[in-house]
Design a protein around this ligand. Structure first.
Ligand code: MOS
Length: 734
């Protein structure tokens, strides 16, 4: 099915099942610990051995030699994989560095060996005995240092509209400020983990991955084998956040270990390796310049961002929202890549916008103060309903102003003191802040196969993944709505490379695109089922387990055979035309935060949070709310805690475990409220939905920062906002 004209009324609009806050259908499996995660697949491959990864102890250089004699002699050891016995490996299409290093080492904790043994403990013990002689070379590890020396060499092309420099110079009110965000780790609960088993030249892997199609292709490419000989399964995923978009070392090494040991092999990447071995959200340095009239109209807006990466990596696109969020005739945006020898920087929840808005939405707050205009009114004054660089291109939907107004009303924005540092509650200085939320809505084709069996059960198969987001549930809701059956009559199977290729889970496109693929397949199935019932398909109505046309009504149960024995099967792919070229598709919101800052110690506590989201149709308000409160929590982490500390001499992230890498816990997070605007976007898909899982983090960090400023009058432009950055500048506590 091609989606190239705006959606009209369709069966999804009935909202009997879609749009309802139903419980997660995988909830009982999760809460009873019986959802089979990759490392727990005891049922599929007999007698697995265990692999333990050895990470490089240097960031850059060469391995001169291995001494494996002691490791090989250790109890239980079956095999040791290194570049010397792994065979020829290609580099994956999506990897900036090789997943098995050696002899060249490209970053710290790059995998250089896998020790395979009978038990996990034996593998771990023997891994300590692997002796490596390195020749270390100097590398570039500090973004601030690399910024100056590499920006000219590797400047991306700037994106300009009008004459930014001239308009900024002429503007009567100006802001020129620089902000920084540190490297972040995904810190998902389930580590990257894989069980691999060979059957002759066929490879089966059970793993934890967001994008089945990309990863199956990359595993085959890396191993130099035909893609159809790789069977990849990832039905349950304990968090991804972008860290599991791509093939990673656990999967490749499990496959190599299983080949060399001639046994199924399980590998769970050790937690202390994850931060340096896998990808992370790269640090940024962002310069923002805003020029405005005294009345608050933006005339010039400029946003440049520097970030580091390996040579095959990309800069963090922290400026992308600045092209679209506010009006302004003269514009400049650009990203710069500094070549660094740190581990690969790549996508983490709302790549681009999440760190970009941490800077932009503080700059907007600073500019509003300079102008003496309320921060919400300043944003309203500069709202735009069209792409600011192309007036012929409207937003498909844009209700930013309504989100801010609704949030202001519900949160009690009028209680905020316009002058900072004046509201006290005992020892706490209290402040309120807000930020706009913005995230683009990307669309990508998605396929599904659906079947109706004799019992009237509808089965959906697609390689879509559920990374904790609720994909199982919204896909079941979609099929139930389309086929007119109760949710209990739908079976959903996900995350298998033998199923039709879906959008996968990334960039908050998964919910809208994958359900649209199910919609397309169900549209075909309705047709086939109506014909089987001897009814005219056009205008047939599916409800209450029946298909009806004219005066005739036929139960779905009994129409077909059992699964594999004559069930009615339909498969389709929802392909998107160019509506996303004609219209700018984005999601909008507003975040509100109240903080208390201890007047004596500068300890920051978040007291209340509210998100208002305009994201098209909300397919399931319960799972969508969970996505948003999770994202808000992650935003608090980014604002106040998260920072991979870089050792700039040796080139690695020092705090590479969950003891030193701090994330918010329950006790850090107070009352959170989420409001969804009641809207549908007929431009986005037949589902009229958009993503919300990343919108929820976009702007949160800035809202926290603006609240801290409102509480204290101290502006911190370098995240995370920790008390050491505040305390010397705090107002006199007395
Ligand atoms: Mo997302 S950062 O594309 O999983």
């Amino acid at each position: 099915m091609k989606f190239d004209t705006p959606a009209t009324t369709n069966p999804i609009d009935q909202l009997k099942v879609i749009g309802q806050p139903v419980d997660r259908i995988d909830g009982p499996l999760k809460t009873t610990g019986t959802a089979p995660y990759a490392y727990e697949r005891h049922d599929v491959a007999a007698n697995p051995a265990y692999g333990c990864i050895v990470g490089s102890g240097i960031a850059k250089g060469r391995i001169l030699s291995f001494d494996l004699s002691r490791a090989k002699a250790a109890p239980g050891v079956l095999a040791i994989v290194t570049h010397e016995n792994a065979g020829k490996l290609d580099k994956g299409r999506f990897n900036a560095a090789r997943l098995l290093g050696g002899p060249v080492v490209e970053h710290y904790h790059q995998a250089i060996a896998l020790v395979v043994a009978e038990t996990f403990e034996q593998a771990r013990a023997a891994a300590q005995l692997v002796q490596v002689t390195y020749a270390r070379t100097e590398g570039a590890f500090g973004l601030a240092h690399a910024k100056a020396s590499t920006e000219r060499r590797t400047t991306d092309r700037d994106n300009t509209v009008g004459d930014f420099a001239g308009a900024f110079a002429k503007a009567e009110v100006r802001l020129d400020a620089t902000y920084s965000t540190p490297d972040h780790s995904h810190a998902m609960m389930e580590p990257h983990a894989t069980l691999a088993a060979w059957d002759g030249d066929r490879l089966s892997v059970w793993t934890s991955n967001q994008m089945i199609d990309w990863t199956t292709g990359d595993l085959a490419r890396t191993l130099g084998m035909p893609r159809d000989k790789v069977h990849l399964m990832s039905p349950y995923i304990g968090g991804g956040f972008g860290g599991k978009l791509f093939l990673r070392a656990d999967t490749l090494l499990a496959a190599l270990g299983a080949r060399i040991a001639r046994r199924p092999v399980k590998v769970a990447m050790q937690r202390p390796l994850i931060a340096n071995n896998t990808t992370h959200r790269p640090a940024t340095i962002q310069r923002i310049r805003i020029g405005a009239t005294p009345q608050g109209k933006i005339t010039a807006i400029g946003h440049e961002s520097w970030s580091g990466n390996l040579a095959d990596g990309k800069p963090e696109n922290a400026v992308q929202q600045t092209r679209l969020l506010y009006a302004g005739e003269h514009r400049l945006t650009g990203t710069r890549l500094a070549l660094l020898d740190l581990p690969e920087g790549n996508a983490m929840r709302a790549p681009g916008e999440a760190p970009g808005l941490m800077a932009l939405e503080v700059a907007i707050d600073e500019m509003a103060e300079r102008l003496g205009i309320d921060p919400i009114e300043f944003r309203v004054l500069n709202d735009t309903q069209v792409d600011p660089a192309n007036a012929a291109r409207p937003f498909s939907q844009r209700r930013l102003v309504e989100c801010m107004r609704t949030g202001a009303e519900r949160f009690g924005w009028n209680q905020r003191g316009a002058r900072p540092g004046l509201v006290r509650d005992g020892r706490w200085l209290v402040g309120i802040g807000m930020a706009a939320a913005f995230r683009n809505n990307q669309v990508t084709k998605s396929g599904a196969r659906v079947a109706l069996d004799r019992l009237g059960t509808v089965t959906v198969e697609t390689d879509m993944t559920d990374i904790g987001t609720g994909s199982y549930t919204i896909i079941a809701q979609t099929a139930a709505e389309m086929m007119g059956v109760p949710l209990e009559r739908v079976v959903v199977r996900l995350g298998d490379s033998r199923f039709p290729v879906s959008s996968g889970s990334g960039g908050q496109w998964g919910a809208n695109c994958s359900t649209a693929g199910v919609y397309a397949a169900c549209t075909k199935l309705r047709d086939a089922v109506a014909r089987r019932a001897g009814l005219e398909p056009v205008g047939a109505v599916f409800s209450d387990g029946m298909v009806r046309a004219g005066a005739r009504s036929v139960p779905l149960a009994g129409l077909a055979g059992l699964e594999g024995e004559g069930a009615i099967v339909a498969e389709d792919v929802l392909e998107f035309g160019n509506l996303d070229k004609q219209y700018q598709q984005s999601t909008f919101g507003a975040h509100f935060v109240e903080v208390g800052v201890d007047a004596f110690t500068a300890e920051i506590r978040v007291r209340r949070m509210l998100a208002v989201c305009a994201s098209g149709r909300i397919l399931n308000p319960k799972s969508a709310r969970s996505q948003v409160i999770g994202a808000m929590t992650m935003g608090v982490g980014a604002a106040l805690m998260e920072e991979l500390a870089v050792d700039e001499r040796l080139g690695f992230f020092v705090n590479h475990d969950l003891a030193g890498y701090e994330v918010p816990v329950h006790a850090d997070i107070p009352h959170q409220e989420v409001i969804f605007m009641d809207e549908t976007d007929p431009i986005s898909s037949p589902m009229k939905a958009k993503g919300v899982g990343e919108l929820g983090i976009c702007g949160v960090g800035a809202a926290v920062a603006n609240a801290v400023y409102n509480a204290t009058g101290v502006r911190v432009r370098d995240y995370p906002i920790t008390l050491d950055k505040l305390i010397a500048r705090m107002p006199d506590a007395a």
